[in-house]
Write a new protein. Sequence first.
Length: 500
Amino acid sequence: MDPALSKILIGLAVNISRSDGRIHSATVKTANATKSTVNVEWTEKGITKGKEVDMDELKQLNSDLMQHLQPSCQEKPESAPGHFAAPVSKPSKFGDTGRPNKQFYQMIEEYRETLEKVPMSLSDPVKPHRICVCVRKRPLNKKELAKKEIDVVTIPGNGALLLHEPKQKVDLTKYLENQTFHFDYSFDEDATNDLVYRFTAKPLVKTIFEGGMATCFAYGQTGSGKTHTMGGDFSGKSQNSSKGIYALAAQDVFTLLRQKRYADMDLCPYVTFFEIYNGKVFDLLNKKAKLRVLEDEKQQVNVVGLYEVPVSSVDDVIKMIEKGSACRTSGQTFANASSSRSHAVLQVILRRRNFLHGKFSLVDLAGNERGTDVSNNDRHTIVETAEINRSLLALKECIRSLGQNSEHIPFRMSKLTQVLRDSFIGENSRTCMIAMISPGMNSCEYTLNTLRYESVLPAFEAISQVSEMEERFYEELKVCSFLSSSVLCKHTCSEWVALF
């Protein structure tokens, strides 16, 4: 295979033949000029699959492939001196003509001009939800702006999100696949932490004063803004912990404690801060002491030895946030030089006469990654990533079961869901999931995976109508997903989140 041709093939949509005779479309991911083969991927029943295809077979199934591609691979003859036409440059409606993927950029901007945007504001009404699922888009960062990356995500408002996925046909024609997702709330790149907090965690605060359990999760690809949202704004490497959902929730807790309605209840606030790393629990407020998780005869889960710090003001809570965040486990990943590799759980606990009255768990989840992104890393990183993905899948199962009012909630599937068991049981429990997404074109596949993860959570009615046969097939897919996360497998959990 011509090396130039192998480069052009990558990203194209082509027809392939399956072992059972079926022919369907797939996307070329890699090409091997030496072996004259290509690796393709496609999605079937929610799971991503792939295979190696011989170039000759590809030509037979895509008869017009070579006639479109071959001229692109041949070198153009040099024009004789004095006989060349200077290219005529047209002024671009959308600015920089030297931008990479300029055609996609113009297509997206033209599409956006047809939309009517209704951005969220602090004056919008807050709707009551037992389970609230939201999405937040971060702005392009400095690294992406330097590369002139394209923003492929649009938030028109009213809980909607549009993903403009760049595609390319066999004849090299470029087009957009505009996919729409719906959530309870959608926040654009201009949304502040205060705005996000008002519609996500703030409505949950009163729950713990009424003897309930509240949980707020931040989920997304590494580098998508989870720690910024939960922990506070960053200025360089320093973080303002007073501007995150952690501190904003604590501030509302102390505001309510001063109200006469609750002041007479003799409620005492405490804070715990711990991380779950590789299936183990560590106390971030007590020198990262390793903790045991036990279940008593009443099926109550207890984190033995977890340090509960009594607090009397928001400043006390902020000090605990800063102390715990400083020793949280992090590491270098494919997408982030300093990525949180553990699930961090800050809990604001109300006790009445030493008995638990209510608990608010604020969870900054570890960044999810595909197994293919760490397949060339060391064994430790592969195991680490597999554990993160496994726990995130378990979390989805628990929230899904909670929304279906299922009698059985599989919280024992991971240490994360086991520790947060009391968030998934009881009538007076409320949950909020905030999906963080990166807007850059190079993050498109990760963003799509995050949106698929989140968009299935509120769709409980549709899920409950699945037949028994489909349910059994779904269970088999889960088993395969767990097996694929084995360290012995080169392609570990390549698209586990696409199960749904």
